[in-house]
Design a protein around this ligand. Structure first.
Ligand code: ZN
Length: 390
């Protein structure tokens, strides 16, 4: 089940909101409820403040996304979660200059918003609506000046927090990009990961000595985020230019379109495969029958029933020439353990499974030279890998 629903679309980017986002509104209402004359006014202020804060988060993610689009990077969507926003991009460019620009525009946008809010406050104070002199004192108060102070502080905090030079923060990407202008990409990543984890360690020690749980939580978040980025680049480095052809099963067990659940069960029990491509009479690919869907089908239907109602036709396919890393990311995004490999005419040529990918990873970790010769042809240009930018 997908817990997100679409808010709106802009420039081809879908902005989604996660259901748990409601938690942050409740939290806002609770925190502010005892800061006004009545609990109701305070709670309302809290909800408005949270919504405006997430407006700032949305602007931050749009800044990343628009900059990415300028470099031809496809942006799939922006999701708003209680912990912040996530823009899913098809790839993070390895050109340091582009990564640098995509990463830095997020925090810069929040700095710009903070500056505009102060300027806006200046204009309002000319008309006596608010009092700019009390801006700092108004922080935490449920007045118009208080709201302006809160939003300004929130945008400044967003900018500063995201500029911490550690993955998965924007600052980590900025640092890696700067390093990558001097060192090879994997080495730049390694240094950036080490800097990020050292910072996490310092934050953690600071959190423990000061008894601040939120600091400890951030430290843990940064530690694992940095490690994950390091692992991703390592996997990419191991796979190198390996393509789907390298890891796919070449003659997978298939089922005809009008096969029955009983026939599929026979195949499942007599082979080691856990997913079967369904093909039409001319060999073209129709859909994928996974073990889970087969079992579901057996619970709901008689064994003599056809397989096609439980066949998945929504799982994306891949091609032999696609980069292995791109196919793996697509597999993860589609929440499946297998992808059908088809040629340009849509005919089935193989099956790529997560076990096959893991096997390829182990082989290539043992000896990267093994990738050449396996394909027996020129290695196609590798595709960029999907990634998440916060
Ligand atoms: Zn960001």
């Amino acid at each position: 089940m997908n817990w997100s629903f679409t808010l709106f679309r802009a420039k081809g980017i879908t902005v989604k909101i996660h259901l748990t986002f409601v938690l942050i509104l409740i939290w806002g209402a609770y925190i502010w409820s005892d800061r006004a004359d009545t609990a109701m006014t305070g709670a309302l202020f809290g909800v408005v403040a949270m919504l405006l804060l997430f407006g700032a988060v949305t602007l931050h993610e749009f800044a990343h996304s628009f900059q990415a689009l300028r470099f031809g990077v496809r942006v799939r969507d922006i999701t708003l979660l209680p912990i912040g926003g996530v823009a899913r991009m098809e790839s993070i460019p390895e050109q340091p200059r582009q990564e640098l620009q995509i990463a830095i525009v997020g925090p810069l946008t929040n700095l710009l918003v903070a500056a505009l809010l102060v300027a806006f406050g200046g204009v309002l104070s000319l008309f006596g609506v608010i009092h700019m002199g009390d801006l700092i004192n108004a922080l935490g108060k449920t007045t118009w000046t208080g709201l302006l102070a809160y939003l300004t502080a929130a945008n400044l905090l967003l900018a500063v927090f995201n500029l911490i030079p550690a993955f998965p923060m924007d600052g980590g990407r900025v640092l890696r990009a700067l390093l990558a202008m001097r060192f090879p990409y994997p080495r730049a990543t390694k240094i950036a990961v080490a800097v990020g984890q050292s910072l996490a360690l310092l934050l953690g020690i600071g959190g423990i000595t000061s008894g601040s749980y939120s600091l400890i939580l951030i430290a843990v978040f940064v530690w694992f985020g940095a490690g994950q980025e390091g692992k991703l680049v390592e996997i990419k480095g191991t796979f190198g230019d390996a393509t789907v052809a390298y890891a796919m099963t070449r003659h997978p067990q298939t089922l005809e379109r009008d096969a029955t659940l009983a026939q599929a069960t026979d195949l499942l029990l007599s082979t080691s495969e856990t997913a079967f491509p369904i093909v039409s009479a001319d060999g073209s690919f129709v859909g994928l029958l996974t073990q889970n869907d087969l079992l579901k089908g057996l619970r709901a239907h008689q064994p003599a029933a056809p397989v096609h109602p439980v066949t998945r036709i929504d799982i994306p396919t891949t091609t032999p020439g696609e980069s292995l890393i791109a196919a793996q990311q697509r597999m993860t995004a589609a929440r499946t353990h297998a992808l059908a490999v088809v040629d340009e005419r849509g005919a089935l040529v193989g099956l790529l499974t997560s076990e096959g990918i893991n096997e390829a990873y182990r082989v290539l970790s043992a000896n990267p030279a093994l990738v050449i010769g396996a394909n027996g042809q020129d290695v196609p240009q590798s595709h960029p890998q999907p990634a998440v930018a916060g």
